[in-house]
Ligand binder design. Structure first.
Ligand code: MN
Length: 265
């Protein structure tokens, strides 16, 4: 039995299949953990999402910003933009089942002492805060007012975390941190404009995983989202998005021995 952690697929179903062939994936003995952004930008979002859903107990995933954007377009009344390639899902016969499946997915997974998240975890957050805040968001995603909730989540504010935030502000910060963050300040302040490598941080900011005061710096964290990140040379930090949707690579890491496998996209 092996557990494989897979970076952002973004609808690149053919690359995913090539990768699964390479690792000789078997539903009898293996489990796949997807690090979010399973849809959008690639050409087979619908096929990809159906495939992951149909894997049942053989697959788990965390939500990424593109997955969340699909939810907003399906439930929150947002219109897909010209770059979005998941319109096939919105028109599919089984769209309700697929959207319901996404709504059941967590923001963060703890599995065998490692954490899986799409973007990152703010410096001041320990595990208690991570799971307290993410579970509040997950409860809203599984509630009857999910459309209104998602509409209310589409904003960059509040930029900074505080224990005193009201529930909706705390949810918005949690979603933005776990699904969108790249750079932040040591005091948890987020920013969303910079997308290049960690050495191109805006003034006063660092990659979220480079802050010395980070509570979870001894915990192995696997994440996607940041395709422009080159070797970070940081222990306990595993960036897994190698830009499959941009002609890069799709990669997977086998948890037990930390071996990497990848395919060209
Ligand atoms: Mn992303």
């Amino acid at each position: 039995m092996s557990d494989y952690l897979i970076g952002d697929i973004q609808g690149c179903f053919d690359s995913l299949q090539a990768l699964l062939k390479k690792i000789k994936f078997s539903t009898d003995k293996d489990r796949l953990f997807f690090l979010g952004d399973v849809v959008n930008r690639g050409d087979k979002s619908l096929t990809t999402l159906r495939f992951i859903k149909d894997l049942g107990d053989n697959a788990k995933m965390v939500l990424g910003n593109h997955d969340f954007h699909l939810l907003a377009c399906s439930l929150g009344g947002l219109k897909p933009n010209s770059k979005d390639t998941f319109v096939d899902i919105l028109k599919a016969e089984d769209r309700h089942l697929l959207i319901d499946f996404l709504l059941q997915q967590p923001l963060v997974i703890k599995h065998k002492e490692v954490l899986l998240v799409h973007a990152g975890i703010p410096p001041s957050w320990g595990e208690n805060t991570v799971f307290k805040q993410s579970s509040i968001v997950e409860q809203h995603l599984q509630s009857n007012d999910v459309g209104a909730f998602i509409n209310n989540m589409y904003d960059n504010r509040p930029y900074t975390w505080s224990n005193d935030l009201n529930e909706m502000d705390a949810c918005r910060y949690t979603i933005n941190a776990c699904m969108r963050m790249r750079f932040c300040k040591a005091d948890d302040t987020l920013e969303f404009d910079h997308k290049m490598n960690y050495d191109a941080a805006p003034e006063g900011f660092k990659a979220w995983f480079l802050h010395d005061n980070r509570v979870l710096k001894e915990t192995d964290i696997f994440f996607g989202h940041w395709s422009t990140l080159s070797k970070v040379g940081q222990t306990h930090v595993y960036p897994m998005d190698q830009g499959c949707a941009w002609g890069g690579r799709l990669s997977v890491i086998r948890l037990e021995d930390r071996q990497n496998f990848s395919v060209n996209c």
